[in-house]
Design a protein around this ligand. Structure first.
Ligand code: PLP
Length: 477
């Protein structure tokens, strides 16, 4: 077959879902109704929906066929046995407990292992993971390498754990107050950045010396395996499947959100090798999820997940997925649009601070950019900046994160390169007339996780932008 710069889709399309083509006038109204917050826009009002890659996957014909084979028995479903067998084969852990989502597994793990006053080190936090740790009395400690916090810094494994930071924490608080180290592969909040095999091995060795468990957040483990194959010479000739299993061999268990790399729309699981921990987990899961043989899942959903795991390690699937991110990033970069580098495995991040450098952070540049992108072409994205960061509880002032980003998240097997052309062109058009874009003010602010439901209004002119034209579109919307 001829080689192309970006590998073509390794699938053909058997079922289609029509998407809405809206006019600019309609989008102006939808956006106004949604308080200029992309979380409050309805799905049917979006042309290309890049809000998240969570649960937005297209399942294969093999998975859909499996849905018809659901064994919905209350106990001992054959689909559970299949899922258990697949997880043992592909991930290598001894025990698996299905849960309704990844956070169900995080809840169980945190309750089982954490005592008040404990510390849980991790390579940058994830919202639900950290929330469950803190709910159970632990303090989260960030042990990711410094490079991860710099949007422009290139590093092949920007998700790596800084072993010195981990060593220092162990020396300070004592190993007995660290129930486990939580390593995310890849790191979502750092932009989908991977962890190297060498780093995973080193973390395991250090933890073993101190009798500390390693628990992976395996949510995007297949993307991580692909980056290892691409960037780590020692693993270049290994299959994705073999890399995945070796990665997992450096952990004592994992939590998993099936909505990402297991290629399903709902589900998750908790794994562990320790028999006693499994015993306690199978007692606790009954309280929060269901019987240990279904957790929070229907039989048919467990079947789809088992089949999704088998498909997820296919080299052509994961190569294409990562290439789609790179394709979009390359187009944007060629036109000078500022993005975060290196590009991760699930999304491209626009650097809104550089994109709208005439807006002060208090006028919500990333939120403003996400609103304008929707207005421009019906492309839905997500703010990851000052709105998502919330307020400092002590001072009441905004947290002001260094990174002010708009996330363009690519669902698995859903969109084509042609869709990504539309996304790129909309961003480029906006960038070329960025000077005319004015900021926004927040007119409704909820007390918790404000980014989900906050409402905004466009400002007529920007405080810091004497040269800016009067707001052309948002103000008239
Ligand atoms: C999505 C996600 C979770 C939580 O999983 P849910 O299935 O949404 O509950 C945990 N960790 C990471 C890195 C995630 O991206």
């Amino acid at each position: 077959m001829p080689t192309t710069n970006y590998p073509a889709e390794p699938y053909k399309i058997k079922v289609v879902e029509p998407i809405a083509m809206t006019t600019r006038q309609e989008r102006e109204q939808y956006l106004k109704d949604a308080g200029y917050n992309t979380f409050l826009i309805n799905s049917e009002q979006c042309y290309i929906d890049l809000l998240t890659d969570s649960g937005t996957t297209a399942m294969s014909d093999y998975q859909w066929a499996g849905m018809m084979l659901g064994d919905e028995a209350y106990a001992g479903s054959k689909n559970f046995l299949h899922l258990q067998q697949v997880v043992r084969e592909y991930y290598g852990f001894k025990h698996i407990i299905p849960t309704h989502q990844g956070r169900g597994a995080e809840n169980l793990l945190s309750r089982l292992c954490i005592k008040p006053g404990d510390y849980v080190p991790g390579n940058m936090y994830f919202t639900t993971t950290r929330a469950h740790q803190e709910l159970n009395g632990a303090t989260f400690v960030d042990i990711i390498i410094d490079e991860a916090h710099d949007a422009q810094k290139d590093h092949p494994f920007k998700g790596n754990v800084d072993l010195n930071k981990l060593q220092k924490l162990i020396a300070e608080v004592g190993a007995e107050r660290i129930p486990y180290v939580c390593v995310a592969v890849t790191v979502n909040l750092a932009g989908g950045q991977p962890v190297s095999m060498e780093n995973l091995r080193a973390v395991k060795q250090l933890c073993e010396k101190h009798g500390i468990q390693v628990m992976l957040d395996a949510t995007r483990c297949v993307e991580n395996a692909y980056f290892i194959k691409e960037r780590e010479a020692a693993c270049a000739d290994m299959s994705i499947r073999a890399i995945l299993k070796q990665m997992m061999s450096y952990a004592d268990g994992c939590t998993m959100s099936g909505k990402k790399d297991c290629l399903v729309n709902i589900g998750g699981f908790l794994c562990m090798n320790d028999d006693e921990l499994y015993q306690r987990a199978s007692e606790l899961v009954v309280l929060f999820e269901g019987m240990p043989s279904y957790g929070g899942m229907a039989g048919r959903d467990m079947e789809a997940m088992a089949r999704g795991i088998e498909e997820s390690v296919d080299f052509h699937y994961i190569e294409h997925r990562v290439a789609q991110c790179r394709y979009l990033a390359d187009k944007l970069e060629a036109a000078g649009v500022p993005i975060v580098r290196p590009v991760g495995g699930h999304a491209v991040f626009l650097d809104a601070r550089a994109f709208l450098d005439h807006l002060p952070q208090d006028e919500f540049p990333a939120q403003t950019l996400a609103a304008h992108l929707y207005l421009e072409s019906g492309v839905r994205s997500m703010e990851r900046g000052i709105v998502s960061a919330g307020r400092n509880k002590q001072t009441g002032d905004h947290h002001r994160p260094k990174l002010e980003l708009v996330r363009l998240t690519i669902p698995r097997r859903v969109y084509t390169y042609a869709h990504l052309d539309v996304v790129a062109q909309s961003c480029i058009d906006l960038y070329q007339r960025r000077g005319s874009i004015t900021g926004m003010k927040m007119v409704y602010e909820p007390a918790f996780l404000r980014f989900f439901t906050a409402r905004f209004e466009p400002l007529p002119v920007s405080a810091k932008a004497p040269s800016a034209q009067p707001a052309e579109e948002l103000a008239t919307a």
